[in-house]
Design a protein around this ligand. Structure first.
Ligand code: 6PG
Length: 242
């Protein structure tokens, strides 16, 4: 099931995303006693995290929420580029969390493959098997990457591992990322995309020719979960569908 929602402004998009996050979390907690979410990095979700911290602090039993990251840069947690650092500053530091509520990538390890291997083990241990996240938040790059699944990279072909270190030539570095099998096994997947710089990427992924190696986000097709695209009108401007 794919649902595309278009909002007048990025602020309205963020408000809707925060509301959907809380609703999905409350349902998971009431049905299964916990909510496991993989967060996205980048700039788009930051206002959503801020809203959660400021307006929804009292709306959830945060002790039943377990935060993971869909991807991470190959940098220490103190680096300005770290997704963990951004979310910790905006969200985690404002919530009454237990230490084990947040499961970040162990980027203190030196070798990217080891980081990915250990994080995969942590995810599989948490789920006692192949992970089914209650929610995975995703962004979209102008090159149609999502998480750290970049065009023409090895990770696009990974069908077994839960998490990998993905060499990204154009960044001349590794990126750490969960894989498409994990994303497509989630109960809910939510893309958050805003800004006119994303308009071509959105059109390619949602209405373009099927070219997943060029447009990797086309491979996000949850097997049984719900897929939400939350867009602002700038990012959705080239879409034909009503
Ligand atoms: C990251 C993200 C990445 C991001 C897109 C969009 O680590 O940066 O996981 O996939 O979602 O690059 O980024 P913006 O939201 O900053 O445009």
């Amino acid at each position: 099931m794919k649902e595309i929602r278009v909002f007048e402004t990025a602020d309205e998009l963020s408000a809707a995303a925060a509301e959907l996050f809380i609703k999905t979390a409350a349902t998971a907690i009431s049905q299964r006693g916990q909510f496991a979410v993989a967060l996205s990095g980048g700039s788009t979700p930051a206002p959503v995290y801020k809203l959660l911290a400021e307006h929804y602090r009292d709306d959830l039993d945060w002790n039943k929420v377990f935060f993971f990251f869909g991807d991470e840069r190959n940098v220490p947690a103190v680096s300005p580029d770290s997704n963990y650092r951004m979310v910790n500053e905006v969200l985690f530091s404002a919530l009454p969390l237990n230490r084990d509520s947040v499961r970040e990538w162990p980027t203190f390890r030196e070798v990217p493959e080891k980081i990915a291997e250990d994080y995969a083990l942590e995810i599989e241990f948490f789920f006692q098997g192949f992970p089914r996240f209650d929610l995975i938040l995703l962004g979209l790059g102008t090159d149609c990457h999502t998480a750290s699944l970049f065009p023409h990279t090895q990770a696009l072909k990974e069908n077994e591992k839960v998490a990998v270190a993905n060499w990204v030539e154009k960044l001349n570095d590794y990126r750490l990322t969960i894989t498409f099998p994990v994303i497509n096994n989630a109960a809910n997947v939510m893309f958050l995309v805003s800004g006119k710089e994303k308009v071509k990427a959105v059109a390619h992924v949602l209405e373009g020719e099927r070219r997943p190696d060029d447009f990797p986000a086309q491979l996000v097709e949850p097997t049984s979960g719900r897929l939400f695209w939350l867009l602002d009108i700038d990012a959705a401007a080239l879409l034909k569908a009503g």
